[in-house]
Design a protein around this ligand. Structure first.
Ligand SMILES: NC(=O)c1ccc[n+]([C@@H]2O[C@H](COP(=O)([O-])OP(=O)(O)OC[C@H]3O[C@@H](n4cnc5c(N)ncnc54)[C@H](OP(=O)(O)O)[C@@H]3O)[C@@H](O)[C@H]2O)c1
Length: 177
């Protein structure tokens, strides 16, 4: 499996969950996050500032793209013959490629491509996550913590698109309560 955008809020969880299910995981991130990606258990790390994984000849059974970053046909090239590509988010242009184009491209050959849609939570999945957290197989990677009063600043930082794991808002108890 390859995770493009492995060092952010979605990617750091995706890497650990994939590893807990026994996948061989390749993480794609920038130079400054290579060590962190290794520390959460990835088997291989590709620094996207040095190497374009869609052009290195490797093929993956599953690609999770946290954002588009590459054209949909480039992802298709990096899939194994029965492979699957899932887009989690990105700009409107990137999501537009994943939503209508994904099913169309999937009609050609056996590779499956598409947008995952908006994540929905359910009890069954939450119990799995709870067990992974309790077993220490998944641990949140926390980049920065902001107080509630600085939530706008936190969102500005997140929107830069280079968070190292999660950005947390802390809600402090008022001193007079
Ligand atoms: N479908 C859903 O239900 C759902 C749920 C949650 C989030 N999302 C969406 O998923 C997307 C990712 O969310 P997030 O919280 O993980 O974002 P994030 O924390 O900003 O992480 C994005 C990561 O992408 C990496 N990145 C930036 N440019 C890249 C490039 N050219 N190639 C490869 N990686 C690159 C960054 O790593 P570097 O700093 O190393 O560049 C960063 O760690 C967002 O669009 C969000 O809206 C969707």
């Amino acid at each position: 499996m390859l995770i493009n955008g492995a060092s952010g809020g979605v990617g750091t969880f995706a890497v650990q969950i994939a590893k807990s299910f026994g996948a061989e995981v390749t993480a794609v991130c920038s130079t400054r996050n290579v060590d962190m990606a290794r520390s959460i258990g990835t088997d291989h790390v590709i620094d996207y500032t040095q190497e374009d994984f869609t052009r290195n000849g490797q093929r993956y059974d599953l690609i999770l793209a946290v954002n588009g970053y590459h054209p949909i046909l480039a992802y298709r090239r990096a899939l194994s013959p029965m492979g699957m590509y899932v887009l989690a988010g990105g700009s409107m242009a990137q999501i537009f490629q994943g939503m209508p184009l994904g099913p169309l491209v999937s009609r050609i050959g056996s590779k499956k491509m598409g947008f995952m849609g908006i994540a929905t939570t359910n009890q069954k999945d939450l119990v799995v996550i709870k067990e992974l957290l309790e077993a220490g197989k998944v641990a949140p990677v926390i980049d920065r913590c902001y107080p509630l009063s600085e939530v706008a600043e936190a969102l500005r930082y997140l929107e830069e698109g280079h968070a190292k794991g999660k950005v947390v808002i802390t809600v402090e108890r008022s001193a007079d309560r």
